[in-house]
Ligand binder design. Structure first.
Ligand SMILES: *[C@@H]1O[C@H](CO)[C@@H](O)[C@H](O)[C@H]1NC(C)=O
Ligand SMILES: *[C@@H]1O[C@H](CO)[C@@H](O)[C@H](O)[C@H]1NC(C)=O
Ligand SMILES: *[C@@H]1O[C@H](CO)[C@@H](O)[C@H](O)[C@H]1NC(C)=O
Ligand SMILES: *[C@@H]1O[C@H](CO)[C@@H](O)[C@H](O)[C@H]1NC(C)=O
Ligand SMILES: *[C@@H]1O[C@H](CO)[C@@H](O)[C@H](O)[C@H]1NC(C)=O
Length: 285
């Protein structure tokens, strides 16, 4: 078993899974059926920070009454494992440091589970010189009065990025991709900030990722792209309360305001009220 794994050159991660099922495989050894790995396992970059994994059932796999499933294990950049009846999977993930996954066939029969050897496929890291990628990327979204979502991102040039580096930012939301047209530069004229006053981001769909891709060009070095997936939930910047008004009623100060423009309901908000007395310098919260 160990030799088999070595010859497959699967990672220690795959290997561990293999040994866990070892006992089971011996137990059902008498079942006269061989489990063959899927064929034509392929990884395709189908959009920015999106990879399509697809494969075919092994044409020589004995079918009979067995249930065939596939065990898909993503090794990097974010480990994850699950099994599926399908012969494809679409993953949204940052690909700048590469991607690798293992796949095998599972054969289920009367409570028993047999598995094939693992196949492994990978995508290489996106090319570029070390330390040329942007760092400290930070983005916020805002729901605007016209109910569209704006996007604002800032970043720092990589330590190894030459002074003539020009960075380009793209955002992807679902199948829509757009390049930034409104950049702000640092003192060397390198783009370090970008604004989209209107995007295709749906304010109501807080769990769909906002993909950011920043690549660049320079005469002196290949600039390594950087990708990040933001959860809109986490980067939605809360707007200020609307219609704030303050007035005196006899000796009482009365302040009123309304919920800010937001996809979140009233119940989600708490307010902080600061009262400054300019004359006395008193501050109350
Ligand atoms: C796998 O790919 C090869 C080469 O592209 C092709 O000839 C073969 O038919 C494919 N196998 C299946 C089961 O689709
Ligand atoms: C498939 O299962 C049915 C019912 O359980 C059984 O009658 C039949 O013989 C099985 N066929 C094969 C090829 O094992
Ligand atoms: C950039 O990020 C690094 C590591 O997270 C941090 O130490 C550093 O202070 C950040 N730089 C700026 C200017 O925010
Ligand atoms: C940056 O990425 C976009 C989107 O993938 C691509 O169209 C463009 O050619 C890239 N630019 C550079 C300089 O690599
Ligand atoms: C703000 O207050 C004004 C006057 O009371 C009112 O007409 C307006 O509809 C309010 N705006 C919102 C967004 O509630």
């Amino acid at each position: 078993m160990i030799c088999l794994c070595c010859s497959l050159l699967v990672t220690s991660c795959c290997f561990k899974q293999f040994t866990e099922h070892h006992a089971m495989e011996i137990f059902v050894f008498s079942l006269p059926v061989q489990v063959l790995p899927p064929v034509n396992f392929t990884l395709t970059v189908s959009a920015l920070a999106q990879v399509l994994l697809h494969w075919k059932p092994n044409p020589n796999q004995e079918q009979r009454n067995y249930t065939i499933r596939y065990d898909l294990k993503i090794l990097s950049p974010v480990p994850e494992e699950y099994d599926t009846k399908r012969t494809y999977s679409i993953q949204a993930v940052a690909l700048h440091n590469g991607f690798s996954a293992c796949l095998r066939t599972l054969l289920l029969h009367g409570g028993l589970q047999l598995s094939s050897e693992w196949l492994k496929e990978e995508l290489p890291p996106l090319p570029g010189a070390p330390e040329t990628s942007v760092t400290n990327l930070s983005c916020v979204t805002h729901l605007t009065t016209s109910s569209t979502v704006s996007l604002h991102c800032t970043w720092l040039p990589g330590q190894g990025a030459p002074e003539d580096t020009k960075y380009f930012l793209f955002y992807r939301y679902e199948m829509y991709t757009e390049e930034c047209q409104d950049y702000i530069q640092d003192k060397w004229d390198r783009n370090i900030e970008c604004r989209f006053s209107v995007t295709h981001i749906d304010a109501e769909e807080l769990d769909k990722p906002v993909v950011i891709h920043i690549n660049g060009s320079s005469k002196y070095a290949a600039i390594k792209p950087f990708q990040h997936l933001f959860n809109q939930n986490a980067i939605e910047k809360v707007n200020v309360p609307r219609n704030v008004s303050v007035f005196l009623e006899q000796n009482d100060l009365l302040a009123t305001w309304e919920k800010p423009i937001s996809p979140f309901p009233k119940e989600c908000f708490e307010y902080e009220f600061y009262l400054f007395n300019w004359k006395s310098g008193n501050k109350q919260v």
